[in-house]
Design a protein around this ligand. Structure first.
Ligand SMILES: C[S@@+](CC[C@H](N)C(=O)[O-])C[C@H]1O[C@@H](n2cnc3c(N)ncnc32)[C@H](O)[C@@H]1O
Length: 233
């Protein structure tokens, strides 16, 4: 099955992302995202934890003390190599694979974290189906992504834009973010709910992040919390 391009699989873009995450402070990440993710991990206490679209494994570095088994999956060989060089010897597992086909066993993970990946993914149904397959019944997920209710604002950060239906490809510039190529799929909140619910992934709540940066009182980012419906539902 054909899969959309992922610019992070290119060395130049992967290196730009490595620099962005490792060399600059980020107020939304540092002050909002990391504390919320830590709180969720502490409450969930997963035995087998999957970081879906893990990049260079920054969440392993931050929250290593909570993990019994941490698995990071990403389709960028350059980012997985970086993750392995940084943290491979500390016990983390990093594999090159797709969010559509993780190569993990059925009902093998307790929790899935996926940060700033969903809007790079074209086929939400296929991603949700794979999440349902690999999660244990009642296993939790936290998807952090750009807020669909601020899509126009996000698209305004792109230049040299090529647009085809939901797909936007271009350079992206944001105060702490400069990538020479980036994709943005403009999925609506309704579509995200539709495909997750269709695949028996129950969304329990959503919350805005980056409140002071968004439009209409909404945050630029959105956290989506939920779990896989299980036998007990
Ligand atoms: C913005 S980065 C976020 C990385 C990491 N989650 C973080 O927050 O630091 C997006 C990541 O999603 C990965 N990605 C995009 N599409 C993917 C796909 N179809 N399968 C696996 N990884 C994908 C990219 O390679 C990249 O590492």
């Amino acid at each position: 099955m054909e899969v959309e391009e992922n610019p992070f699989e290119e060395e130049v873009v992967a290196n730009q992302w490595i620099q962005i995450v490792e060399e600059h402070p980020h107020d939304v990440r540092d002050n909002e995202l990391y504390p919320l993710v830590e709180c969720w991990i502490k409450n969930t206490l997963p035995t087998t934890f999957l970081d879906l679209g893990c990049g260079q494994g920054v969440f392993y570095n931050k929250f290593e003390k909570y993990f019994k088994t941490y698995i990071g999956i990403d389709s960028s060989t350059f980012l997985i190599n970086r993750a392995n060089n940084l943290y491979g010897e500390r016990g983390a597992i990093f594999n090159v694979a797709s969010v559509y086909d993780t190569n993990l066993g059925t009902a093998s993970v307790d929790a899935v974290l996926s940060v700033n990946v969903l809007f790079h993914v074209q086929d939400l149904n296929r991603m949700a189906k794979e999440m349902f397959r690999i999660l244990k019944p009642r296993g939790g997920f936290l998807i952090s992504t750009v807020n669909p209710l601020c899509a126009e604002k996000w698209i305004s950060f792109y230049s040299d834009l090529e647009k085809e239906d939901k797909k936007h490809v271009g350079k992206v510039s944001f105060p702490t973010l400069h990538l020479s190529k980036n994709t943005f799929f403009n999925h609506s909140l309704e579509e995200i709910f539709e495909y997750f619910e269709k695949n028996n992934l129950k969304i329990e709540r959503i919350e805005d992040l980056g409140l002071h940066k968004g439009d209409n009182g909404r945050g630029l980012f959105l956290n989506i919390y939920g779990f896989k419906k299980g036998e007990s539902n």
